[in-house]
Unconditional design. Structure first.
Length: 195
């Protein structure tokens, strides 16, 4: 036996190479820059899930966004234990204290959070003259945070009002994380009410 007879190259190799090159040329380029070409596994790129506020024919009421199951708690949040009434506000005032260390950085963060969440109603200076009221868009004047009654409130009560709401002010617990609420309380007490 000769070495030539043992080592035979397959005859299909040139055909395979030509087919591979032809496939690459045909399928890798598009005719326009707007065509995204072929998609493999398009279910991964285009989610069949409904958008949050879209209609949902699978649900009895037709809504996609669902209220969480009663009694469930997100893993990272502790339920707020005080009711949104006079008794709950008083209990919060007696039991809650700001757990954060007050420093310049925290007050700067509190100022920014106040501007975003509170300033439109209570005003930049906390005097109740926010642009929602002064523009006439909101006819009920917000509480002035410089009112002596508000200034005498314990910090736990201020935190409670931000969390559970009070009067016409809605609850902000779903919008502002607990630590950020305490930063706002610190800013109100140490900056706005100290002036």
């Amino acid at each position: 036996m000769t070495v030539k007879r043992l080592i035979k190259e397959p005859k299909s190799k040139p055909v395979f190479v030509v087919f591979a090159l032809l496939s690459i040329l045909l399928f890798s380029c598009d005719r326009t820059r707007e065509d995204k070409g072929y998609e493999y596994f398009p279910d991964m790129a285009h989610s069949p899930a409904y958008q949050t506020y879209s209609d949902n024919p699978a649900m009895e009421d037709g809504k996609t966004m669902r209220v969480p199951v009663e009694g469930t708690v997100p893993r990272h949040l502790v339920p707020y234990p005080y009711p949104d009434d006079f008794a709950g506000r008083e209990q919060a005032g007696q039991a809650l204290e700001n757990p954060l260390t007050i420093n310049e950085k925290l007050l700067a963060e509190g100022k920014e959070l106040y501007r975003v969440f509170c300033g439109n109603c209570h005003g930049e200076r906390g005097d109740g003259q926010g642009n929602l009221h002064t523009s006439g868009a909101y006819v009920i004047p917000p509480t002035s945070l410089l009112d002596p009654e508000v200034m005498e409130m314990p910090e736990g009560e201020v935190y409670h009002v931000i969390s559970a709401g009070w009067g016409v002010m809605g609850a902000h617990a779903s919008l502002i994380q607990p630590e950020d609420r305490w930063k706002i309380v610190a800013f109100i007490e140490k900056v706005l009410q100290e002036k």
